[in-house]
Design a protein around this ligand. Structure first.
Ligand SMILES: CC(C)(COP(=O)(O)OP(=O)(O)OC[C@H]1O[C@@H](n2cnc3c(N)ncnc32)[C@H](O)[C@@H]1OP(=O)(O)O)[C@@H](O)C(=O)NCCC(=O)NCCS
Length: 499
């Protein structure tokens, strides 16, 4: 086992984390370099060119599996911190249970529970209801994608939900040794948490026992969650008159997420996410973009029409993140939650990326970005101490709370010049304009400081800068203090842009 159980984690948790690591391997195309493998001295000055006596960057060493594990583990720690104690509402169709995929999902749920995530599951039951009605030779009726629930359909819905609940509870009770569920202790709470009202008559169609959510008993659910129980909701609701209503899975999940102020609402669908005009996966959508997509998508009964309106409603009413992912991709839940890129569509109230001045809390994130580039000799090494003293010179681009790009501006006011240094974009986010955004921001800051020239020293990105208005100049053009520190071994190209 890669992870040592004798560390700060209990044995069960370390086993779970090892399992997560093994499954997350596929999310990384290549291992990243290991910072502790670097042994060279620190170079003094700012910038990506070191002093004349600065050591050469070390050759990249082959990484051991332990190094890769530590690298990976460090990369997921921000998520672990961010998720602990938060409520995630996860909705999935009844087919996930009937075709056995729920077995794999239980491992992921166990892992999330072990990391302190408070889980609310909402199951669908459409295929199970269909099967029962078929057995009884009773036709199903739908209008605008919603079942018209007559007496026979309601009886089938009750039977299906009862059975599904028992099966889900059984899966979640697993705990065989040497399995991902070893040591799991998931208590499941279900009950009358949802009050419903009839949907009534729409377009002249009487929906009969089909209802909509009227109230979510959020406090009762919160009590269960804070007792470390997992709450399981069926797509059924009860009225004060004692009637039972068949509800849409999306309505129950979104209403519960809104009432609980959930951190995340996750829909596990049949498709990989929301498709754009050319069928490409839309990885991120703001509510505004989602609304225009809904308006364009017409009446077609697609996942977009089913789930996206509920995602928008949830975001509009306080849910921070709604994820639309495939229930058919192995480990899609973990890949969506623990990798930068995710595997589906993330809907957020506001744009997910923010550009801002770095603060001391960002040092860990900046180091994770620049250390692999330092190991390759692309950037000059900065240690934590240097970064701490210079942190206000850095600008970071944050994506969903994680630093994905950074750059720094070092002014030389006497010479009306500034140096752009430490420009780095996480490999997963390259070629999406992040570098350009940072450059514009650094230029704007330099202008505000009344600097006239921005220069950069680079070994590998000359063309990138030239295409953005920089021209190569002689080392003599550098501000005097910088010229004195020019590292002749690195032989960086000096580029300047008038701003
Ligand atoms: C250079 C870097 C900052 C660009 O960031 P980015 O967010 O990918 O850049 P943008 O999205 O704004 O621009 C992408 C374009 O630049 C091109 N590009 C990326 N790196 C390049 C390089 N080293 N040389 C030339 N062009 C490059 C891409 O191919 C793409 O071109 P295209 O749109 O024609 O396909 C990023 O690749 C990086 O972090 N590289 C490693 C660190 C580095 O070299 N930093 C500079 C040290 S001073």
């Amino acid at each position: 086992m890669l992870f040592r159980a004798s560390g700060p984690f209990p044995e069960n948790q370390s086993r779970i984390i090892s399992a997560l690591y093994e499954r997350a391997q596929c999310a990384f195309a290549k291992p990243r370099s290991r910072s502790t493998a670097i042994t060279n001295k620190q170079v003094k000055p700012a910038g990506d060119d070191g002093a004349a006596d600065a050591p050469q960057p070390p050759r990249r060493q082959r990484l051991s599996s332990q190094d890769r594990f530590i690298d990976w583990f460090q990369s997921v720690t921000p998520y672990i911190h961010a998720f602990r104690g938060k409520i995630f509402v996860i909705a999935f169709g009844g087919d996930l249970v009937s075709d056995g995929r729920f077995y794999d999902l239980t491992h992921d749920l166990n892992l999330l529970a072990a990391l302190g995530v408070q889980l609310v599951l909402v199951h669908g039951s459409r295929p199970q209801i269909e099967a029962r009605l078929l057995e009884r030779r009773h036709d199903s009726r739908f209008h605008k994608g919603l079942r018209v629930t007559d007496d026979a359909a309601l009886a089938a819905a009750k039977e299906a939900s009862g059975r599904l609940r028992v099966e889900i509870e059984a899966w979640l009770s697993m705990g065989l040794p040497n399995s991902p569920m070893a040591g799991a202790d998931i208590r499941v709470a279900s009950g009358n948490f949802i009050t419903a009202k009839p949907l009534g008559v729409l377009d002249g169609v009487d929906y009969m026992h089909t209802g909509e959510v009227r109230k979510v008993h959020a406090n009762a659910m919160r009590k269960r969650l804070s007792d470390n129980e997992l709450v399981l909701l069926s797509p059924l609701g009860y009225s004060p008159t004692g009637e039972v209503f068949n509800l849409a899975l999306e309505d129950v999940a979104a209403s519960a997420a809104i009432a609980l102020g959930a951190e995340k609402l996750i829909f596990m669908m049949d498709t990989p996410g929301v498709a754009g005009r050319r069928g490409e996966l839309q990885r991120e959508l703001t509510v505004k973009q989602a609304k225009s997509l809904i308006a364009r998508s017409g009446q077609a009964e697609t996942d977009v029409q089913f789930y996206l309106p509920w995602a928008v409603r949830a975001c509009d009413q306080g849910v921070k993140r709604v994820h639309l992912i495939s229930g058919h991709i192995d480990d899609s839940l973990l890949l969506e939650l623990f990798t930068h890129k995710g595997v589906g569509t993330l809907v957020t109230p506001d744009p997910i990326q923010t550009l801002r001045t770095a603060k001391p809390d960002d040092i860990g994130g900046i180091l994770q970005l620049i250390e692999p580039l330092e190991a390759e000799g692309i950037l000059v090494k900065r240690n934590r101490g240097l970064l701490e003293s210079e942190i206000n010179r850095f600008v970071v681009l944050e994506h969903d709370g994680i630093v994905i790009a950074c750059a720094a501006l070092y002014p030389f006011p006497d010479e009306h010049a500034g140096e752009l240094a430490g420009l780095a974009v996480h490999p997963d986010f390259r070629s999406q304009g992040a570098g350009e955004r940072l450059l514009s921001e650094i230029e704007a800051r330099a202008r505000r400081m009344k600097l006239k020239r921005l220069f950069v020293l680079t070994t590998r990105a000359e063309h990138w800068f030239v295409e953005r208005g920089f021209t190569e100049v002689d080392i003599e053009e550098l501000p005097a203090p910088k010229r004195a520190l020019y590292n002749w071994q690195r032989r960086s190209v000096v580029l300047v842009k008038r701003i």
